[in-house]
Write a protein that binds this ligand. Structure first.
Ligand SMILES: Cc1ncc(COP(=O)(O)O)c(C=O)c1O
Length: 356
């Protein structure tokens, strides 16, 4: 099935954004986070384009196996770690580093009897999602270090919950807990995500895990911290053609629920993209779009296959391409209008649209 909305990947932007990661954290080794199909951009393509990263991070075993099978020799970190014995066999066969975040994973390591597995021990310093409590770190680390099935090169990692808020005290608290929990251990560390890299120098560690900034989106929710402030470029454009143009009168309603009425006589265009293509249904009237390099905005509700846009004072014709986000319209702005985050929009478009 081929729908009209298309995403385009911009390799030069991915490379440019990796460069910005290097500028921000020059001493760190970079694990490009390419989970969830590289946030919708295509995991194998992104891995290929970013082969000058020092390694990759993916969420789960199937992603890691697919990535290794495609031929990369780089380190691969599996963020959710192993969930059964089979996963450990895969980790061994495909040379993967698995995250240990729960004591339940240890039982599988005890049963496993093969090559030594590389691990990263994840500490829950305050996010309370995945990770072992800081007070258990020393005992567990020493146990793991002596474990017959574990490689001695153990990494220590944590994940920051609030780094996207530059005013939150939570990040400093998390970093303090990490330092305190690991101060008697000498081992490679792996801490910041994009927001940590750009906003919290104290979080920089031996290995870093940028995701969203590689794709050209700001990790910060606040409008003051948009992508231009960090010199990031959009790695994805979402485009769709204009398929209809209506001359409407003052007071005419537009779309489902008649939620919008023309304030004046108005020219309105129908764009062949909707929530079935991953465009957010909750994007409010006024969400920015660009046509022929001119910015305009949506009017009325987003429907399954169609978005309506204001074409007043724009000379456009059926067939012209409309940019929903990309070089001209940052995905962050669309996300703000939809009261969500760019991550969700990129993943959804990536899962629903054909890529040029
Ligand atoms: C454990 C972990 N590390 C790093 C990242 C990358 O985060 P970001 O995309 O905000 O840079 C993620 C993303 O969700 C993650 O779950």
């Amino acid at each position: 099935m081929r729908r009209s909305a298309r995403i385009t990947l911009h390799p030069h932007a991915l490379q440019h954004n990796l460069q910005q990661v290097r500028y921000a954290a020059p001493d760190a080794k970079v694990l490009a986070v390419i989970k969830a199909n590289a946030y919708g951009h295509g995991m194998l393509d992104v891995a290929n384009i970013l082969d000058n990263a020092d390694g990759y991070a993916v969420a789960c075993m199937p992603e890691a196996v697919e990535l290794r099978s495609a031929g990369t020799q780089h380190p691969i970190l599996v963020l959710q770690g192993h969930q059964n014995l089979q996963d450990l066999h895969a980790a061994s066969e495909y040379q993967l580093r698995v995250v240990i975040h729960d004591q339940a994973q240890l039982a599988y390591l005890d049963q496993f009897d093969s090559e030594r597995i590389r691990i990263a021990l994840k500490i829950d310093t305050g996010m309370h999602r995945l990770g072992i409590p800081p007070e258990d770190v020393n005992t567990l680390y020493n146990k793991l270090k002596k474990h017959r099935n574990i490689d001695a090169d153990i990494w220590l990692m944590t994940h920051l919950a609030c780094a996207d808020d530059v005013n939150s005290p939570a990040t400093t608290q998390q970093l303090n807990r990490f330092v305190h929990a690991t101060d008697t251990i000498t081992a490679p560390t792996c801490i910041p995500n994009s927001a940590g890299i750009l906003g919290w120098q104290a979080s920089h560690s031996d290995w870093i895990r940028p995701g969203i900034m590689l794709y050209g989106s700001s990790p910060f929710e606040s409008k003051q911290h948009d992508r231009t402030q960090y010199n990031l470029q959009a790695a994805m454009t979402l485009n769709a053609p204009l398929i209809g143009i209506n001359q409407l009168k003052k007071g005419d309603p537009i779309g489902y629920g008649a939620s919008y009425h023309c304030p004046d006589d108005m020219i309105v265009g129908a764009v062949a993209c909707g929530y079935a293509d991953g465009y957010p249904r909750h994007a409010a009237t006024g969400s920015p779009v660009s046509i022929k390099g001119i910015e305009t905005h949506t009017v009325g509700r987003v429907s399954m296959d169609t978005i309506m846009i204001n074409l007043d004072n724009i000379s456009a014709k059926v067939g012209d391409l409309v940019e929903l986000w990309g070089e001209n319209i940052s995905v962050d702005r669309v996300a703000q209008h939809a009261e969500t985050i760019s991550y969700e929009l990129l993943c959804n478009a990536g899962n629903n649209c054909i890529r040029d």
